[in-house]
Design a protein around this ligand. Structure first.
Ligand SMILES: NC(=O)c1ccc[n+]([C@@H]2O[C@H](COP(=O)([O-])OP(=O)(O)OC[C@H]3O[C@@H](n4cnc5c(N)ncnc54)[C@H](O)[C@@H]3O)[C@@H](O)[C@H]2O)c1
Length: 427
């Protein structure tokens, strides 16, 4: 620094010109700053080296953990292999009585209960499902059992398989599900049903078609007996399902007449119970969910419309009785005890202890039937069948199931909002 001051003094003495002076100052400044610049560059590269080393350490750590996880997975698999899975008890059936039974839609709500029944009886059961609304969890207790097989397959595509009986249940069943992709719903119920009837014809299997009370549409007669032809809007939002099922019935009787296929047709009314879809937008699930979570219970319309609900084990008994019977015309399977939606909301509130949910009324759902009650005279006469489980007993089991499912889920489960008259975006 002192040399710079000396230089300035000397320059002043000797009257050196300004450019020469500037040159000297720049050179001096450069020499002064260089060590500082060098120091900064060195510390930066040291920091980079350190962070690269840190990153390398983290990667090594991750790789070590990955290796440990795969080691644990392998030992878990080996442990599972050593400890045989325990299955629910089943009856022993000899070769002559044991049937190979295909259940389409067997991973769904009704299908999985039917599978439980057939497995317990000692039959061989093959489930075919595309898991659109079904879940592996519904049948996981049978996976690995020698009598059980699960096939991931969409019935819109043909299936070649050797079976003695087919319960054809594959189809979305609740309005939010079947309206999500109406064309697929129609294909499943038409092309899918043709595939199943074709399979039944080829292997000479008896086939039961799961039809629905929706074939009666918004009925003009009450209660609905099987001889009633129905009141269906062919272009309404429910038509993909209602008309799909009507065609499925028509196809069944065409195959029966022309191809001598043994068909059974069950017209199923509202069914509830464990494993039903938590947020399928149906009355039972919506009300239970809302009551359990202390939300207000939503009723679409005035609440005086009626429904009758059957517990799922009653339906399974009815399906099996129909399959084993010689009765070939459609048959209603449902619980004739009728409740208004208002009454129903009150019953659920009283079962869900401590539910202080209020009741909220919203505009009615388009084409929502006002009254629905099965006439089950045929089922009583030809199948010797009628529902046994009371609404109270059945709802308690359903509420318990919902309670457990809510606990399993870390987030609140919101009921689906059913499409209303104003929801034109459906089209
Ligand atoms: N639950 C009821 O209240 C009720 C009422 C009337 C009729 N039904 C009929 O009973 C049957 C079963 O209903 P659910 O309540 O168990 O419904 P769900 O939705 O629980 O079960 C239907 C099953 O079919 C499967 N599926 C759908 N499309 C398929 C396809 N293309 N290929 C293969 N699998 C497919 C789904 O993944 C699901 O596992 C349906 O045919 C339904 O129409 C049910």
């Amino acid at each position: 620094m002192s040399s710079v001051i000396l230089l300035a003094w000397y320059a002043n003495l000797n009257k050196l010109n300004l450019t020469v002076l500037q040159f000297f100052f720049y050179t001096a400044g450069y020499h002064l700053l260089q060590p500082i610049l060098n120091y900064n560059l060195e510390s930066k590269s040291k920091k980079e080296e350190k962070s690269i080393k840190n990153q390398r350490d983290v990667f090594n750590e991750i790789n070590l953990l990955k290796n440990k996880i795969s080691e644990l997975e392998i030992s878990l698999e080996q442990a599972e292999f050593r400890v045989p899975k325990t299955f629910p008890n089943i009856k022993f059936l000899n070769y002559k009585d044991r049937k190979r039974i295909l259940v389409t839609g067997g991973a769904g709500f009704v299908g999985s209960h039917l599978v439980d029944y057939l497995m317990r009886e000692g039959h061989e059961v093959i489930v075919v499902d595309n898991f659109f609304t079904g879940r592996k969890r519904n049948v996981e207790h049978w996976i690995g059992h020698g009598n059980f097989e699960l096939i991931h397959h969409d019935i819109v595509n043909p299936l070649l398989i050797e079976v003695d009986e087919i319960y054809h249940l594959a189809s979305p069943a609740s309005p939010p599900h079947y309206m999500l992709n109406p064309v697929k719903t129609i294909k499943t119920n038409t092309v899918g049903t043709i595939n199943m009837l074709g399979l039944a014809r080829r292997v000479n299997a008896r086939i039961l078609i799961a039809s629905t009370s929706e074939v009666y549409g918004d009925p003009e007669i009450h209660p609905q007996s099987e001889s009633y032809w129905g009141h269906v809007n062919p272009i309404g939002p429910r038509a993909c399902y209602d008309e799909g099922k009507r065609v499925a019935e028509t196809l069944s009787y065409a195959y029966a007449k022309q191809e001598k296929v043994q068909v059974r047709v069950a017209r199923i009314f509202n069914t509830y119970g464990p494993r039903m879809h938590m947020n399928d937008g149906r009355v039972v699930s919506n009300f239970i969910l809302q009551a359990l979570q202390n939300e207000s219970i939503t009723i679409y319309g005035h609440g005086k419309q009626t429904r009758s609900f059957q517990y799922v084990s009653d339906l399974v008994d009815g399906l099996v009785a129909l399959m084993n019977s010689s009765y070939t015309l459609p048959i209603n399977l449902g619980n004739p005890v009728e409740h208004t939606i208002d009454e129903f909301a009150q019953i659920i509130k009283s079962i869900v202890n401590g539910a202080d949910s209020s009741i909220r009324y919203l505009p009615a759902v388009e084409d929502d039937p006002q009254r629905r009650r099965p006439d089950i005279t045929r089922a009583k006469k030809y199948l010797n069948w009628e529902p046994k489980i009371s609404l109270d007993a059945g709802l308690r089991k359903a509420v318990e199931y919902f309670r457990r499912e809510i606990l399993r889920s870390s987030m609140p489960i919101f009921p689906k909002v059913s499409p209303r008259n104003s929801d034109k975006e459906l089209w």
